[in-house]
Design a protein around this ligand. Sequence first.
Ligand SMILES: *Cc1c(COP(=O)(O)O)cnc(C)c1O
Length: 478
Amino acid sequence: MPAHIAGPMHATPAPVWLPYPDDVNALLPSLWSDNVTKSDSGILTIAGHSVTDLAERYGTPTLVMDVADFTARAENYLSAYSAAFSTEKGLAGVDVFYAGKAFLCTAVARWVHEAGLGLDTCSLGEMMVARAAGVPGDRVGLHGNNKSVAELEYALDYGVGRIFVDSLDEITLLESIAAAKGTVAPVMLRVTVGVEAHTHDFIATAHEDQKFGLSVSAGTAAKAAEAVANSAHLRFDGLHSHIGSQIFDISGFQVAAARVLGLRAEIMAEHGVDLPDVDLGGGFGIRYTSQDTPIPVAEMAQELAEVVAKECRGLGTNVPRISIEPGRAIVSPSMFTLYRVGTVKEVDTDSGIRTYVAVDGGMSDNIRTALYDADYSCSLANRNSGAEPAIVRVVGKHCESGDIIVRDEYMGADVSSGDLVAVPSTGAYCRSLANNYNHLPKPGVLAVTADKVEWIVTPEDYSQMLRSDPGMSAGEQV
Ligand SMILES: *Cc1c(COP(=O)(O)O)cnc(C)c1O
């Protein structure tokens, strides 16, 4: 007998990780950026600006960045790693490269550079943004498993400091391009060391059966090393390993670091070269919901420094300069997405009544829930609720039942049309993965400080979105 006939209406159960809130209106501080608070009346406020004003003035959906939080996070990464890898401790220093694919625009490229970080790119478009922002080429890295001739030529002209070579084909191509330009390309080899990071399968990238990198176990990395070591047009700077994303287990990084340093020792001995750089990649896990328990930045830096020192001692090699490439960990917690509620629906399901709260964006501005089964949290942002907490599912407005933003969260049961809902930690892989599904324009990104509110990415308008359709005459565009 269906549940709704068998007894009184009951709500769907909460997932085991989601605690019943003491106060459904309170913000869980660890999920929000430094300068986000709630006023006594329950209005979410960022650096003194209320989201009710921001929504009124700038519209929804909008991504909102806490600029001071972002720069503090970038500076904190650099200072924690610089302290752990200092020459006083017998190490050879460190570089932190922000992974631009997480979220990139010229303002962010500039802030990252001013904070002393380098910038990783993986396409012509990303390099163009870095260059327009005034980031010097030698502070830029270029990744990618299938770089085009145009991208490699641009990188050499720009003076990119590190090209992460990902295949044997690329070695041949890059060598010929560098030779034709009469120059020498700076090369780091991206190797896969067979470490499987403990994270969601779709975003783990160090399995051997995957498109990235040169396999150590299959001998491809050794072949690549020989080719680069013997090339007059390639400068062999070092090795790179990236084991995945949203990783909470330190041991994956430790094993990967040990294997890369072991490979480095073999290559240096065999080819009589010095490899001054080792890049340990990014993927440091962050907190999207209360179930996530990230490793503190300074602790991770310290652990990695100890592994590097110990392995190099054991191998009898010098210590390389280390680099890391955090993307998500720097930008994600510094932004939230502000939506307005349109419709609220109670749906009778096998496990009880589920409340669907539909907002004015969705999988076009945050596809991570649909793509990776990611969990997010959210909060009513325009008022306090006096109602009992209820489990809700926040969904978008797209023609797709998988168009879910927040799978499960407690909100006051009276959430209704016209309310504002804010989803924290949407800085990484949300705007950068935005799409125009259902012909929705992509939202803008508002950068907020105490004395300034400005677009760092303007909201796309209909004429921008539709101009690639030659059938849209000017008159039909908004
Ligand atoms: C994606 C990526 C990163 C950044 O990953 P995060 O999870 O955002 O820290 C770093 N390095 C490489 C090579 C990547 O592909």
